[in-house]
Design a protein around this ligand. Structure first.
Ligand SMILES: [Mg+2]
Length: 275
């Protein structure tokens, strides 16, 4: 891959997080989280507004998700968590009507929740997800659409640098979704690092660099979480926040403060490749 040519001088490898950068998986995560929550807490006041999403005989549509009053507050809190158990934390906060203005308040709220109940949620979440995906694979995939224009942009620029994915999702789901978006061929096996490669994005980027013989300064990493960018920036990799992902003005300001670029869907191609 040594002959890759970049429009922006120096860019030889573009590593992308998957959820919140290429794939808008929030509707699916919300459905799985609500089903898990209501299975564990059937008397919760959250189960009534989520009712249209809970029928296990069908896979809800994105419109069903958008119509649920809990979805907007759920999305708003998403930047504060990292793992499936964090959806339980969010739902505990919604149930309690707790005000969570930022990370410190979130971490304090989470510390007060019984760790065993979070583990139980986490475990059940993956069982519920498997059942949902098996019910109707095509409908399940439709809950995780690509962000508009992103697959086309990657296709157009695929000859200019190595494209790679650094994700905590599992490889199998990533591959299926890339195929559904029509861009599976752009990512060879050595360019997709999933949760098997560890949870640290820094470790992912180090491995990508050595696998492709690219030094950190020639790599750009795009993620929708500021803490992941901070982690990777320490290597000397150029880091950028996907402003269309699971973040808001609070995170965009923080990213700028830390010296990361903030990308927008309308300008991302020029921001990454110039011209
Ligand atoms: Mg993400």
């Amino acid at each position: 891959m040594g002959g890759a040519r970049a429009t922006v001088p120096g860019l030889r490898l573009l590593a992308l997080d998957f959820d919140g950068v290429i794939s808008d998986s929030a509707p699916e995560a919300f459905v799985v989280a609500m089903r898990t929550w209501c299975a564990l807490h059937p008397a919760s006041r959250l189960c009534q507004p989520a009712e249209p999403l809970l029928d296990e005989a069908r896979v809800p549509s994105s419109a069903d998700v958008a119509g649920c009053s809990l979805y907007a507050p759920f999305l708003e809190m998403m930047p504060l968590g990292n793992r499936a158990e964090d959806y339980a934390v969010e739902l505990h906060a919604l149930e309690a009507g707790a005000v969570i203005p930022g990370q410190t308040a979130y971490d304090a709220f989470k510390a007060d929740i019984d760790a065993g109940s979070l583990r139980a949620f986490h475990k059940r979440f993956y069982r519920v997800r498997a059942a949902l995906s098996e019910r109707d694979a095509a409908a399940w995939q439709r809950l995780m659409g690509a962000y508009p224009g992103v697959p086309e942009l990657l296709r157009r620029r695929s000859g200019e640098c190595v494209l790679a994915i650094a994700t905590s999702k599992d490889r199998r789901s990533v591959r299926k979704l890339l195929a559904a978006y029509g861009i599976d061929d752009l990512f060879p096996e050595t360019s997709v690092l999933d949760k098997e490669a560890g949870v640290s994005k820094r470790a992912h980027l180090e491995r990508l660099g050595s696998a492709h013989g690219v030094v950190p300064a020639q790599m750009t990493f795009v993620d929708d979480k500021v803490n992941h960018l901070d982690d990777v920036a320490a290597l000397g990799v150029v880091c950028a926040l996907a402003g269309w992902g699971y973040n808001g003005p609070r995170e965009a300001a923080l990213a700028r403060q830390r010296g990361h670029a903030v990308l927008t869907l309308a300008k991302v191609e020029r921001q990454l490749f110039g011209g």
